[in-house]
Design a protein around this ligand. Structure first.
Ligand code: TYM
Length: 336
């Protein structure tokens, strides 16, 4: 049976270097999908068109400094490339360089009820954090995201668990637009495998985000990985459920060997586990996993022009598709 051609799209904000949550929730999947090792059948994956971008316009919704924003954009670009995103295989670009995103975002703003935007969990959480500084952009974050997605008519959007509500809004937007203006957008799948959430190392009841010691950055040197893991809370009684321990095991599942997973799970059940040993083993495994990544990233950052050239070429490719969709939308909504 020949399978339908897949189009995969996803983005990451330019708010600073990436952490292990971004990696497991998103970037690792992107690389696997690009290389035909993802969650699709080999046939579908080989034919998948992949679009991966840096959401620098979305980065403007969190308080920012101009200099930091441009440095952060380069960091995230280097993270993508060092992790294995290949601009020859994937369309890799910067959101702000494909103007059509913002234009479609505006159209979606005008079609989306305020109530729906107010209900978004991320908006509620971020407006708590940003009291007094909440911008219109924070509220309309999901409509720009819907535009980012729908403009390429993807079949699937791999994201971490915290972004599934936004992808759901993009699906609703597609459905409503199609009902009102005629079939235009396919509804993308939210995810291809169960979305996951890596928790903060300092407070494992919150998701890992880009601040302080709560996150393991992909380019953290080995000693830094160990230092941060050592501080992560665990439990005194291993038989009791603890979010900190659960989080360490989530990391072990992804970076540890089969034997380590079996051994530590067994010790955990028997209450004989020494968390200091688990942490050391984990730190070693993570440091090794990213050894090549760290070197590659350094090389890339030493040559920012190569990064910018790759992004510009990607934007040219992306624009070809984005402009077609935008022209179709403008005609359907009656913009001359
Ligand atoms: P951002 O930059 O916040 O996150 C990028 C990706 O990393 C995932 N992620 C996590 N996954 C597991 N555990 C964590 N602790 C964790 N933290 C972050 C996110 O779910 C995401 O997949 N709105 C998007 C950026 C975006 C986008 C898009 C994504 C803009 N337009 C269009 C897909 C399609 C975001 O918040 O990225």
């Amino acid at each position: 049976m020949t399978e339908k051609k897949q189009t995969i799209l996803s983005g990451i904000r330019a708010t600073g270097k990436l952490h292990i949550g971004n990696y497991l929730g998103a970037l690792k999947q992107f690389v696997d999908l690009q290389n035909g090792k993802g969650n699709l059948s080999a046939e579908a994956s080989a034919k998948a068109d992949c679009f991966f971008f840096i959401a620098d316009l979305h980065a403007l919704t969190t308080p920012f400094e101009a200099k930091e924003l441009s440095q952060n954009t380069l960091e995230v670009a280097a993270d993508y490339l060092a992790a294995g995103i290949d601009p020859k295989k994937s369309t890799f670009f910067l959101q702000s360089q494909v103007l059509e995103h913002a234009e479609l975002g505006w159209i979606f703003n005008c079609l989306t009820p305020l109530g729906e935007l107010n209900r978004m969990t991320q908006f509620k959480e971020k407006s708590e954090e940003q009291k007094g500084q909440i911008s219109g952009g924070l509220l309309t974050y999901p409509t720009l995201m819907a535009a980012d997605i729908l403009i390429y008519k993807p079949t699937a959007v791999p994201v971490g668990e915290d972004q599934t509500q936004h992808v759901e809004l993009a699906r609703d937007t597609a459905r409503k637009f199609n009902n009102r203006f005629g079939q235009t957008f396919p509804e993308p799948k939210t995810y291809l495998r169960k979305p996951l959430r890596v928790m903060s190392l300092t407070d494992p009841t919150k998701k890992m985000s880009k601040s302080g010691d709560e996150a393991l950055m992909l380019d953290d040197p080995p000693a830094e990985i160990l230092r941060k893991l050592k501080k992560a809370p665990t439990a005194t009684d291993a038989t009791k459920e603890s979010p900190g321990v659960k989080n360490l095991f989530l990391l072990l599942e992804h970076f540890g060997s089969e034997e380590q997973i079996t051994e530590y799970s067994h010790e955990q059940k028997n209450n004989t586990i020494k968390y200091s040993e688990l942490k050391e083993a984990l730190a070693k495994a993570i440091a090794e996993h990213f050894a090549e990544f760290r070197d590659q990233k350094q090389e890339l950052l030493a040559n920012p022009k190569t990064i910018m050239d790759a992004l510009e070429q990607g934007a040219t490719k992306a624009r070809k598709i984005a402009s077609q969709t935008l022209a179709e939308v403008k005609e359907k909504v009656g913009l001359l």
